[in-house]
Design a protein around this ligand. Structure first.
Ligand code: CA
Length: 618
């Protein structure tokens, strides 16, 4: 680099703290940078600094037009609407802030060149299996960041609801473990700064949407993690929260506009009944309490009806997709923000990244309510969410009960059949994220009363039915936990993730015999699934559950996979007559878990409380 260029770069990078006569301190501009070559030419900058509203901004950079300067109620903010023409070259320029003719502040702003690598931002689909982890509880790769200056909560592993020190480095160090297990995609619960004095580890009360919490690492660390994951063939989904932020956001003492948050005369909690949003009979009272009530005292409810708030959130998500090279987003509490905003958000994302995926947390007991939120659903009220994926909570609830119950008309495995038989309500049931549990529910091994056989059946079902499977960290080593014992109980540290841990379950030697049995089972299943298009994309045909046996097929081109689940405590011989329409043309089935070949002439005997997964052969 030439000396002149170097000096210029240093001067520009110091822009935000540059000294001017009668200087004005521009404390931050969000988004902190942007890109050229975006499909949408508009960019709205939030400028934050004392008395900034009295200052006149000016930008002289070829291709950029400052179309509008928006003043708001608070004197601490200016919003600048820029239009970036398609020919604009990447580079750093100064936003001049003037009082009369005198410049009182300058802020260096960078436009990077958009990354047009066609391999990026391709989303996830049915070929993927998602691994959900909580970064604070997965692995502590850097003990020096457990406590950081300015961060209010200090690490305390003895407190189930405290911070335990896990971080991005911990995830990075176990990418090979995850790849070996056979998952393809990592979804980490939020990594952005959550600077609250207590209960901050979960990250759902974010205090800076543009900054990774320093106890997890830096933005660059996160970017590196995505890069490392990609190099190993793994995808990364970021968890975002648009409904609420944390009380300690930088704007807390001086909101840009009085309606930045949804306000109530006194603290008013959401009724948490997301169903009222799609309910044709809902009262306005219930709707307002649902959408504008606060999720918690520490989580102010953002008002996405304010276009400035809406832009702030939309641009933030695009910023992360582009900055980190994300493959997908999981959006928290999907029905809680205003739904028209959410639809607009999705359209904006798909405008920039047509193959990108977002999966919404649609926590409902009934398929119809979940279906309302999925793209292309024919909702009678005309609502179109444009949301590419939703989580199948009704199936999760069914899985957690089905394997514990005796066969009955609508109990036992019939629960699985009943939920899936309602797939007609979905525009595309293959777009459902399917799971046994997550960070807010009982761990599956506990739900199944620590019955390893039932656990194996649950895993076999999850990996072979329609949808995109997700497993919660520690499922593979039979971690236990019950929601009724507190969130900490279902979010325990992964053994071996911390220096000095007695057990290291990341290695076979550190796992018990039972854990190895489970791990090896799931590993085999996942790695088989990874290379089997039939089980990923195949059409599902299932048969009514009879005598505690659930049988279904996946068909793809000329290939078929047959799955039999026997939930009885004894072996059962299944007469194959009923399945002729699917078995026609096939003479044998190879059991993928034990590599045994079964003839498909008359019957099959399924061992007690066991699954059988067969690749059919001619
Ligand atoms: Ca740490």
């Amino acid at each position: 680099m030439k000396v002149k260029t170097l000096l210029l770069t240093i001067m520009l990078s110091l822009g935000s703290i540059f000294s001017y006569a009668q200087k004005i301190n521009v404390k931050r501009i969000d988004p902190p940078s942007w890109w050229t070559g975006m499909h949408n030419p508009h960019l709205q900058l939030l400028v934050f600094g004392p008395d900034i509203s009295k200052i006149i901004p000016e930008i002289n950079y070829p291709g950029i037009r400052l179309a509008e300067t928006i003043h708001v109620a608070s004197p601490y903010y200016l919003f600048l609407n820029l239009v970036i023409s398609p020919k604009t070259k990447p580079g750093t320029f100064t936003i001049h802030f003037k009082k009369g003719k005198k410049e009182v502040a300058g802020y260096a702003y960078t436009l990077h060149k958009r990354n047009n690598n066609p391999k990026l931002h391709q989303g996830f689909d049915n070929s993927d299996v998602i691994y959900l982890l909580m970064p604070d509880r997965f692995a502590n790769g850097d003990t020096t960041n457990d406590n950081m200056p300015g961060m209010l909560e200090k690490a305390n592993r003895n407190n189930p609801n405290g911070r335990h020190g896990g971080d991005i480095k911990g995830i990075e160090e176990h990418l090979d473990y995850l790849k070996d297990l056979g998952i393809t995609t990592i979804w980490s619960t939020p990594l952005m700064e959550d600077n609250l004095p207590t209960y901050s580890y979960h990250g759902y009360a974010q205090t800076d949407y543009y900054k990774v919490d320093p106890r997890f690492g830096t933005n660059q660390d996160y970017k590196n993690l995505v890069k490392e994951a990609h190099a190993k063939g793994l995808k990364v989904i970021q968890d975002m929260v648009f409904n609420h932020c944390g009380t300690n956001y930088f704007w807390k003492n001086d909101l840009p506009t009085p309606d930045w948050y949804n306000r109530w005369p006194k603290f008013t909690r959401s009724n948490y009944h997301g169903g009222v949003v799609s309910d044709p009979h809902a009262s306005k009272y219930d709707y307002r309490h649902m959408a504008a009530g606060w999720f918690d005292t520490s989580m102010p409810d953002l008002n996405q009806d304010n276009p400035l708030v809406a832009n702030y959130l939309i641009q933030n998500s695009i910023w992360w997709i582009e900055y980190a090279g994300l493959d997908g987003i999981r959006q928290d509490t999907y029905p809680y923000p205003y739904k028209d905003f959410m639809s607009k958000w999705m359209q904006r994302i798909l405008q920039e990244y047509p193959h990108f995926n977002v999966v919404g947390e649609t926590w409902f007991s009934y398929p119809a309510t979940v279906a309302y939120w999925l793209e292309n659903n024919r909702n009678k009220d005309g609502y179109h969410s444009h949301l590419t994926n939703v989580f199948d909570f009704p199936l999760m609830m069914a899985i957690n009960r089905a394997f514990n119950e005796k066969p009955g008309w609508d109990t036992g495995l019939a629960r699985l059949y009943e939920v899936i038989s309602q797939d007609f309500v979905y525009s595309n049931p293959m777009k459902l994220g399917i799971f046994c549990g997550n960070h807010d529910s009982n761990r599956i091994f506990s739900s199944l009363h620590k019955n390893l056989k039932a656990w194996k059946m649950a895993m076999a079902f999850l990996m072979t039915t329609r949808g995109i499977p997700e497993i919660y960290y520690g499922t593979e080593i039979l971690m236990t936990g019950e929601k009724s014992k507190g969130d900490g109980n279902i979010r325990k540290d992964f053994p071996g993730g911390w220096p000095g841990d007695k057990m290291n379950a990341f290695t076979p030697q550190g796992r018990t015999a039972e854990q190895n049995d489970a791990f090896n089972y799931l590993r085999k299943l996942l790695n088989w699934r990874k290379s089997n298009k039939t089980v990923q994309y195949g059409k599902l045909t299932h048969y009514i559950v009879e005598n505690g046996i659930y049988v279904y097929f996946r068909s793809y081109e000329s290939q078929k996979v047959m799955v039999l689940l026997n939930n009885n405590d004894k072996p059962v011989t299944v007469n194959l007559n009923r399945f002729t329409e699917d078995l026609q043309g096939f003479s044998t089935g190879n059991s993928i878990m034990d590599n045994k070949t079964h003839t498909l002439t008359k019957s099959l005997t399924i061992p007690a409380k066991s699954p059988m997964i067969l690749e059919l052969r001619k």
